[in-house]
Design a protein around this ligand. Structure first.
Ligand SMILES: [Zn+2]
Length: 174
């Protein structure tokens, strides 16, 4: 059978069912990304950039959720990913997050990409790319650097437009 060719007008776009074309790579992560988007909303009141992250265990259970708390706590390392990894490790009692997946609304920076490698997560799923500071494919590709002995799988663009819109709205309203 010939591969399905996307028909113009049936892909992403406005409407009640904006993305009817199945995407087996990204669809399994949409629910977790919605949790991350909800979590990101909680960053706003403190003036923090709305970035949210969740860590899923090997069976898909939510181990931890976190949002950017840099302004809220005055901690330069309090990015959503770092906080979520710390909470997941505390929940499991183990620094190695083998088999876990971190889902985050914005592409990780170099610090978070480093933390992801250190934590041995199996997979990183992100929504919007960060063209200015992304370290999972945009500006650097630290998580898949072949010189490192642990390289998480990367899935990008899950609910990417929603994630980008949330950030755009935050900076527009400032
Ligand atoms: Zn970061």
């Amino acid at each position: 059978m010939a591969p399905a060719v996307p028909v113009p007008g049936t892909g992403s776009g406005p409407g009640p069912n904006p993305d009817p074309v199945p995407d087996p790579l990204r669809d399994p992560w949409r629910d977790a990304m919605r949790l991350a988007l909800d979590e990101a909303d909680a960053a706003g009141p403190a003036g923090d950039v709305p970035v949210g992250a969740v860590v899923l265990g090997p069976d898909g259970e939510v181990l931890a959720r976190a949002h950017n708390e840099r302004e809220a706590t005055g901690d330069p390392t309090a990015h959503a990913e770092v906080l979520a990894l710390r909470r997941a490790a505390a929940a499991t009692g183990e620094w190695r997050l083998t088999g876990c997946t971190l889902v985050v609304t914005l592409e990780p920076c170099v610090m978070c990409a480093g933390a992801l490698v250190q934590s041995r997560v199996e997979r990183v799923v992100f929504g919007a790319p960060d063209e200015k500071a992304g370290a999972a494919g945009s500006l650097w590709d630290l998580v898949r650097d072949r010189r490192l002995n642990h390289r998480p799988e990367v899935v990008h663009g899950v609910l990417g437009e929603e994630c980008a819109r949330q950030l755009t709205a935050f900076f527009r309203d400032r």
